[in-house]
Design a binder for this molecule. Structure first.
Ligand code: MGD
Ligand code: MGD
Ligand code: SF4
Ligand code: MO
Length: 745
């Protein structure tokens, strides 16, 4: 049989690499980077080619599972949906909407279903108990954008391809391939900065591979990035060179509040806390402020911290006061092809951003973007009373490994009256589920990067067709049917009902945008034009045709549409990022607001840290490895073979002082739990800091992960403390965890 070649975007991480997939005899023969991809130009990492192994993995679920007498058994799709109805509908009727919680995991950002069909499910559930991986990840970045720009979705990205100076904190893109900054071949783009005479500075308590590839590495004390970034901004203001630049004239307010708000954070005052001397801080500030094109990029190590929102905020403020916000080579906003088109002459601004419209039942943690911190999920399940969580739906998430204090969470999960999971594996989380609904494999679904076109260092659009036909229902259909069941329509209801609602909503939005290119057009006319498209492509067509590059349903000939995307298997390049601050602002003032009271209050909380002596115990931080992906790709032999990756990195001085030896095991104890992990002694660590990756601990009973169980590792979230949150975002502090170490007996 002759081979066929398919082109598809890799859905595994945020880099969105184009893949070339060779198929023969119904099986994948080879996967390599697509050299003609308009964005990735052939780049691929070791995970990209494992879509084959993932597709072929015998442990990957193909049919639904239902738990009978404690054992998961395969059932038909009809029986599985009927079981969901039997479990959830009476429970919801008896105990109310809030009794069913929803947890959305990370892969939702990588699927069309997650982008388009999550909302109908959320609406159908109507629960306050909405949780996601966002509150162990990027929620602080949303909140800082909410307060600064009034728009929590507007997260500026470093303009990697044009910058001459990149200050990067708490990110290790040589392992992660980048996050909240979609840039296939991130390593190559970093090298290019240096090759054109620019400078890359990495701030990390560990000499990561990214730090090694940089011009300079600053080994900061964990959890102190907010202090240090405020000190940089303080130093820039001190030098008297500060200013947002004339391109933001009239678009910035509250500048006057900055000197007082940042006054406590002089480079000298923060030096001992951060472990970075004042001279270095002032030099870096001067480099950022000397007029060159510079970007300040903060990521996971700075966001999953007790002052995560302030770290993100201070990074953006630093960018702003050095004139680098919204200009080429600085921090810029992408223009996603499926977003709202700009309306010429529309004044900037909108309804503003606020949090805390409701609180969590037990500890009153404020809602943020309609979500509660996942760190409170366990207590919401454990604590009796009205509104108690009795059932949980998870979609593409493994909170049993990815959220804090997971021993406690797992006890709570075991206590639920009902649990339904949409997932491809029987793993540490889904083993608690009564019903598991497995979507098709990545190669059996189409792909479109809704989440990442808004975070991209270049504007692109790329739709991929499925490589193989799906055996069961698509993930979008599973989510639609769940929504219908919860809404009381029954397990046999036609998902077209949900498709109709989504279409109507999108057409309505497009035609009701004041001054927009489709304003006043008949929504039904738009729907008729896309009706020939299958679901979910129908919705992509609606969005891109009415988007900033769209054909506006005939008004802009040659504009973007599904038809054009289909004809471009290597993607459509839409050009470099363009300045667009006025378009993204949604603050009530129509300006970038530097004096939000919530932020100023939190700066006072930060300043109070300076009154205390820096703590001198050992703290734990996380890390990532190129051949791993959070908790769920450890069942592929090609990725886990070789040296164990789940090791505790310890600096030689600490090892010696604590009696730990390379290759031996150490007991790591925190306020909430303990694990025993193999020690790797390395001078890559800052003394007093140890590092353990998350997402491991695959030795639990009742899972179906044959390979992962043989490379189990330990679960670092046994140690992270669900009570330490960034108050503004509800994000959990997953780094700078105080721990005690001892050789294992
Ligand atoms: N200590 C510590 N903890 C952390 C972090 C850290 O740095 N340190 N990082 C945090 C971050 S950034 C994140 S994003 C979270 C991730 O947290 P989660 O999203 O909860 O965890 P993942 O490991 O990404 O699990 C993804 C789940 O989706 C399933 N899956 C994979 N593909 C699909 C699909 O196409 N459809 C469906 N329905 N399911 C699929 C997998 O089997 C797995 O169960 O972890 C967080 N936890
Ligand atoms: N290979 C691989 N790629 C991935 C993932 C994966 O699990 N594996 N996960 C994906 C996901 S969901 C995400 S969110 C992204 C995350 O992508 P990144 O943000 O690049 O995350 P990491 O690679 O974990 O790098 C975080 C760095 O922060 C450092 N750090 C820890 N604490 C602190 C601190 O207090 N201050 C500072 N300045 N640094 C600190 C750590 O030592 C580490 O080097 O990666 C994505 N890509
Ligand atoms: S870098 Fe990310 S998107 Fe690219 S091949 Fe690797 S996992 Fe896939
Ligand atoms: Mo993440």
């Amino acid at each position: 049989m002759t081979a066929t070649v398919h082109h598809r975007t890799c859905p595994l991480c945020e880099a969105t690499c184009g893949l070339e997939i060779e198929v023969a005899d119904g099986a994948v023969r080879r996967i390599r980077g697509d050299r003609d991809d308009v964005f990735s130009h052939g780049f691929i990492c070791p995970k990209g080619s494992t879509l084959k192994q993932l597709h072929d993995d015998p442990d990957r679920l193909r049919r639904p599972l239902v738990r009978r007498d404690g054992v998961h058994v395969e059932v038909s799709w009809e029986d599985a949906f009927a079981e969901v109805e039997r479990l959830l509908v009476p429970l919801r009727e008896r105990h109310g909407a809030d009794s069913v919680a929803l947890y959305l995991g990370n892969p939702n950002a990588h699927t069309i279903a997650g982008a388009v069909f999550g909302r109908p499910l959320i609406q159908a559930l109507g629960t306050k108990n909405l949780y996601s991986a966002s509150t162990v990840d990027q929620m602080p970045r949303h909140v800082s954008s909410g307060f600064l720009y009034g728009n929590p979705g507007a997260m500026p990205v470093p303009d990697l391809d044009r910058t001459d100076y990149l200050l990067m904190l708490g990110a290790d893109p040589l392992e992660s391939n980048g996050s909240l900054c979609t840039a296939p071949d991130f390593p190559g783009r970093l090298a290019a900065i240096r090759a054109r005479g620019g400078r890359v500075v990495v701030v990390d308590p560990r000499r990561s591979r990214s730090a090694e590839a940089a011009d300079e590495h600053l080994s900061i004390r964990p959890g102190t990035d907010a202090l240090w970034l405020c000190a940089l901004a303080h130093a820039v203001l001190d030098a008297g060179t500060a200013g947002p630049g004339s391109h933001l004239d009239g678009l910035v307010s509250g500048l006057d509040a900055l000197p007082a708000a940042l006054a406590p954070f002089s480079p000298e005052a923060v030096a001992d806390h951060c472990g970075i001397d004042a001279g270095t801080t002032r030099r870096v500030a001067a480099e950022l402020a000397d007029g060159r094109r510079a970007a300040v990029y903060t990521r996971i190590g700075t966001h999953t911290a007790a002052f995560g929102t302030l770290s993100s905020w201070a990074g953006d403020v630093l960018t702003l006061v050095t004139g680098n916000l919204d200009r080429a080579g600085g921090m810029m906003w992408a223009t996603p092809c499926h977003g709202r088109p700009p309306v010429p002459g529309r004044p900037p601004g909108g309804r503003g951003f606020r949090t805390g419209r409701w609180g969590s039942r037990v500890s009153g943690r404020p809602e943020v973007r309609s979500e509660l911190p996942v760190a409170v999920l366990a207590e919401e399940i454990e604590t009796p009373g009205e509104g108690k969580v009795r059932a949980l739906v998870t979609v593409a998430g493994n909170p049993a490994r990815s959220t804090p204090d997971s021993a406690r969470l797992e006890r709570a999960l075991a206590d639920l009256d009902a649990m339904v999971s949409v997932d491809i594996y029987l793993n540490e989380t889904t083993r608690h589920a009564d019903v598991i609904l497995p979507p098709p494999s990545a190669l059996e679904k189409s792909h479109f990067d809704f989440a990442f076109y808004g975070l991209s260092v270049r504007n692109v659009a790329n739709w991929s067709a499925p490589v193989f036909p799906a055996e069961g229902p698509g993930e979008h259909e599973i989510l639609a049917r769940l929504a219908l069941i919860v809404a009381g329509q029954g397990a046999a209801a036609d998902p077209e009902v949900i498709y109709g609602l989504i279409g109507a909503q999108l057409a309505q939005q497009a035609t009701s945008q004041e001054g927009g290119p489709l304003a006043g057009r008949d929504p039904d006319e738009l729907l008729a034009e896309v009706a020939h498209e299958p679901v979910p492509e129908r919705f992509i067509d609606l969005m891109v045709r009415s988007g900033p590059y769209g054909d506006q349903f005939g008004a802009v000939p040659g504009g973007l549409s599904m038809e054009r995307l289909r004809a471009a298997p290597h993607g459509v390049d839409l050009g470099p990022l363009e300045p667009r601050a006025a378009e993204v602002l949604r603050t009530t003032s129509g300006t970038i607001e530097l004096d939000r009271p919530e932020v100023l209050d939190d700066l006072r909380r930060l300043a109070a840290v300076l009154d205390e002596e820096p703590a001198d115990g050992v703290v734990l931080v996380g890390r990532r490895h190129l051949r791993s992906n959070n908790s769920w790709m450890h069942n592929l032999e090609v990725l886990v073979k070789g040296r164990p990756r789940c090791t505790l990195l310890v600096h030689p001085e600490d090892a010696e002082r604590l009696g730990l030896t390379d290759g031996a095991e150490a007991v790591v104890r925190s306020a909430v739990g303990e694990v025993t992990a193999p020690v790797e002694v390395t001078d890559r660590m800052r003394p007093g800091v140890v590092s353990l990756p998350h997402g491991w601990g695959h030795d639990a009973s009742g899972t179906r992960l044959e390979v992962a169980a043989r490379h189990a590792g330990v679960n670092s979230n046994m140690l992270t403390d669900g009570s330490v949150l960034d108050p503004l975002s509800g994000n959990c502090a997953l780094n700078a965890i105080p721990v005690e170490l001892a050789p294992a007996p």
